[in-house]
Write a protein that binds this ligand. Structure first.
Ligand code: 5GP
Length: 178
């Protein structure tokens, strides 16, 4: 069954190349290095999708930084705001810390908006959000994205951490399936 699905769904085109992604990560790392030059930062990667963005970004940070990860599940009901369930919580206490949430993709915004509210309740000193990909015009719950890598269309994408049924996360580029 799974094998059949993999055979049916093929990468139809590369949307964003490895080189474009590498350049963008360097650009964003430079801004973050400059902004947090004299401040400590806690980078919070949202699993699983953000694991590649976080590791690529990490290698280019030259600041006082620690890394933590959270795994959450989103539930979309009929109401406008999403509910999230924590599958794996942070290890560190973020009170009075500058935090940077790193997400793979911003689609409806429900996940990030609920997550931001949850982390705000833990009294960090500041919160910023970096989403590697942002779907244009899809947002139902717009929140401010401080650093966005690329704006893309509404199509379902895979690669660079993003999966289809757990597959394709390892691709070093962003692709569309068909
Ligand atoms: P949001 O709450 O913003 O609608 O959902 C964001 C989450 O939906 C992402 O973290 C990701 O897991 C999933 N998602 C949204 N769009 C895509 C897509 O095009 N491809 C993949 N693989 N996941 C997506």
């Amino acid at each position: 069954m799974l094998l059949q699905k993999r055979l049916v769904l093929k990468i139809s085109k590369t949307l964003i190349s490895q080189e474009e992604i590498e350049n963008k990560i360097s650009e964003i790392a430079e801004i973050i290095n400059s902004k947090y030059k004299e401040e400590e930062l806690v980078v919070i990667g949202i699993l699983k999708g953000a694991f590649i963005v976080v590791s690529d970004l990490a290698k280019q940070l030259q600041i006082d930084v620690t890394f933590d990860f959270m795994s959450i599940k989103s539930y979309y009901g009929s109401e406008s705001s999403g509910q999230i369930k924590i599958i794996k919580d942070l290890e560190y206490d973020i009170s009075n810390k500058n935090i940077l949430i790193v997400e793979d993709i911003y689609d409806t915004g429900l996940t990030l908006s609920s997550l931001k509210k949850l982390l705000e309740s833990r009294n960090p000193k500041s919160i910023e959000i970096f989403s590697m990909f942002v779907k244009k015009g899809v947002s139902k719950d717009p929140i401010e994205i401080d650093y966005s890598g690329f704006e893309i269309g509404p199509e379902f994408v895979v690669g660079y951490g993003l999966d289809y049924n757990g597959k394709y996360r390892e691709l070093p580029y962003l692709a569309v399936l068909s």
